[in-house]
Write a protein that binds this ligand. Structure first.
Ligand code: FES
Length: 335
């Protein structure tokens, strides 16, 4: 008989048979709980039973029993639906947080007041993250989030920092990076990344990126990672107020090399060569015969993301088909 198990505070849910340990059942679905001895001695796996009934080598215990906790998932079996608490558990694919001191290797200015910052991790340390995640620069007791613009795999990390007159905080951060040889950072953060099973389930589904400004950095990392797998046809729509905003030539190079489909758009500047008075959702509607198999990543600020989402929904694309960092830090405004 199977029982549902929830691990708080992350709300991870899985099922366990009555004859397998809770720790083994979690591992089967990719949930990593701390463990060492795996036989009830070291207590590394210790958790708190919040609700339910468990079977242990010492007998059966309810959450209300005085001496039930700490419970040890490596030698405990579920006898009912359970709620456990364990803070250090990792969700499937979740990478533990790392703190690293990066060397500031290079800072180069692009058009549109965008700066490309190259960071280098210490020798022997490879920053571990998923393409699409972000890091936090730790400067003067503050944590500044920036999307990692490079795919994982080496010691180098690239950031794209917009520092026009609307981004004075970023100007200060650049000043700090120029004056110090190293900067501390913690990573990875964020849940916008392409889960391997999701990619494999949808090998031929189009993958669409709709980005604004330096939102291109998140798309860049995810697209470079996708090039390694070549699972999906990739479409990139990059929207800026004017031509200055297209600070990287990479998108056009990828298109010239037939690696993806690219459309540069400036909806507000008729003088610009990229000007179009068509909306991105109407372009997508024309491009694809069916819309319910599309996967869309939207990269930009909250106003941009929600206005793109409104447009996509007006064509029948569901929010569940889309991903954006904004959904986590700024829930959709009430209509
Ligand atoms: S892993 Fe050692 S007690 Fe559970």
């Amino acid at each position: 008989m199977k029982h549902r198990i929830t691990i708080q505070p992350k709300g991870l849910v899985f099922e366990a048979d009555e004859d397998e340990s809770i720790l083994d059942a979690a591992a089967k679905v990719g949930i990593k709980m701390l463990k060492s001895c795996d036989n009830g001695i070291c207590e590394v796996c210790r958790a708190t039973l919040v609700a339910g009934l468990i079977d242990t080598p010492q007998g059966q215990f309810n959450a209300s029993d005085a001496d039930v906790n700490p419970m040890l998932p490596c030698v405990s079996k579920a006898k009912s639906e359970l709620i456990l608490e364990q803070k250090k558990v990792l969700a499937p694919g979740e990478i533990p947080l790392q703190h690293l001191a990066f060397q500031v290797k290079d800072i180069t200015e692009q058009s549109g007041d965008v700066f490309i910052v190259e960071l280098l991790a210490p020798a022997g340390k490879h920053p571990d993250f998923h393409a699409g995640q972000y890091l936090e620069l730790l400067i003067d007791d503050n944590a500044y989030p920036f999307t990692i613009a490079s795919a994982p795999g080496g010691r180098e990390i690239q950031l794209h920092i917009g520092a026009d007159k609307d981004h004075t905080a970023n100007q200060s951060i650049l000043t700090s990076l120029r004056s110090a040889p190293t900067v501390r950072a913690r990573l990875p953060r964020g849940d916008v990344w392409l889960k391997p099973n999701k990619i494999e389930d949808n090998l031929h589904d189009p993958l669409i990126f709709i980005v604004a400004g330096t939102g291109f950095s998140q798309a860049k990392a995810m697209i470079e990672e996708q090039f390694k797998h070549q699972h999906s046809a990739i479409y990139l729509y990059w929207i800026n107020r004017d031509g200055e905003g297209f600070y990287s030539e990479l998108a056009q190079q990828w298109a010239d090399d037939n690696k993806l489909h690219y459309r540069a758009m400036t909806p507000e500047s008729p003088d610009c060569e990229f000007y179009t008075n068509e909306t991105v959702e109407s372009l997508i509607e024309q491009q694809f015969p069916t819309l319910n198999n599309l996967h869309v990543v939207i990269c930009g600020g909250p106003n941009f993301v929600y206005s793109v989402l409104d447009g996509l929904e007006s064509k029948g694309i569901k929010q569940s088909q889309t991903m954006s960092d904004v959904y986590a830090y700024m829930p959709r405004p009430e209509k």
